[in-house]
Design a protein around this ligand. Structure first.
Ligand code: SAH
Length: 240
């Protein structure tokens, strides 16, 4: 075979296998994403201690692969956190589901999330109530999450760019508050903005060190711890 013919046939073979490769390795169809999501719900959530049907259906509906950078979409339904840019991460699906289950959100409840990140946790909450408020410190993340939530039909979620350590006093009180970054202590403003009987979920502990995700209930104006779990979160930016 002449050299030029060999080159040409190599190119043709390459072109022929490209669609096969991209089908198996790169592109995934909506059906394949749904199947991966259903497996995630069955194995990672029901297989552990997520028992709340409303939380399970929310996790089965929200397209997590649309909340991560496109090149990571094929990994969106795996059992781990993923980077979302600006050195931040979207939590492992199980942790999102557990925080949501602990929050015990009912339809019509007003809920605050501190640390919007990708907007994924906010979308999960929006499946449970139409009053979701979320605050993100980093403008580029807040803007991207707002656009993404609108594009995916979660336009009722209110996204604010600002310091979540101060909460959202104009919208208080909240039936539940979820902090999705690790803090050294419970921000006092969040306790104040929690409704009596309301639930606050927050990872506490030093950045990069051992942290505990705690569930508190507000009883007679004071926080009472009801549950805890060892976790690892990116740090909450706190006042110095
Ligand atoms: N819940 C997100 C992931 C959160 S990562 C999701 O579902 O994708 C933690 C986020 O908290 C980061 O985006 C970080 O920028 C934000 N953050 C850190 N300190 C903050 C503060 N003081 N106020 C608001 N957001 C803060």
């Amino acid at each position: 075979m002449k050299k030029s013919t060999k080159v040409l046939s190599a190119i043709l073979v390459g072109l022929a296998i490209l669609p096969v490769l991209s089908d198996t390795l790169l592109a995934q169809s909506d059906d394949e994403f749904q199947a991966a999501r259903d497996r995630m719900v069955a194995w990672q959530l029901k297989g552990r201690d997520i028992t709340d049907d409303r939380v399970l259906s929310a996790m089965a509906r929200v397209p997590r692969h649309r909340f991560v950078p496109e090149f990571l979409a094929p990994l969106a339904y795996e059992d781990h956190p993923l980077p979302i840019g600006s050195e931040q991460t979207i939590s492992q699906p199980y942790i999102v589901a557990l925080m949501t289950q602990w929050a015990g959100v009912k339809a019509g409840d007003k809920v605050l999330e501190v640390g919007t990140g990708s907007g994924y946790q906010a979308a999960i909450l929006a499946e449970l109530t139409d009053k979701v408020y979320t605050i993100e410190l980093r403008p580029e993340l807040a803007q991207a999450a707002d656009g993404r939530l609108k594009a995916l039909g979660y336009g009722r979620v209110k996204v604010k760019c600002g310091d979540g350590y101060q909460g959202w006093p104009e919208e208080a009180p909240f039936a539940a508050i979820l902090v999705t970054a690790a803090a050294s202590q419970v921000p006092p403003a969040l306790t104040a903005q929690l409704m009596e009987g309301g639930r606050l979920i927050i990872p506490l502990g030093p950045p990069g060190g051992f942290q505990t995700m705690a569930l508190f209930r507000k009883i007679n104006g004071k926080l009472k711890e009801e549950n805890r779990l060892p976790v690892s979160f990116v740090p909450l930016v706190e006042p110095r």
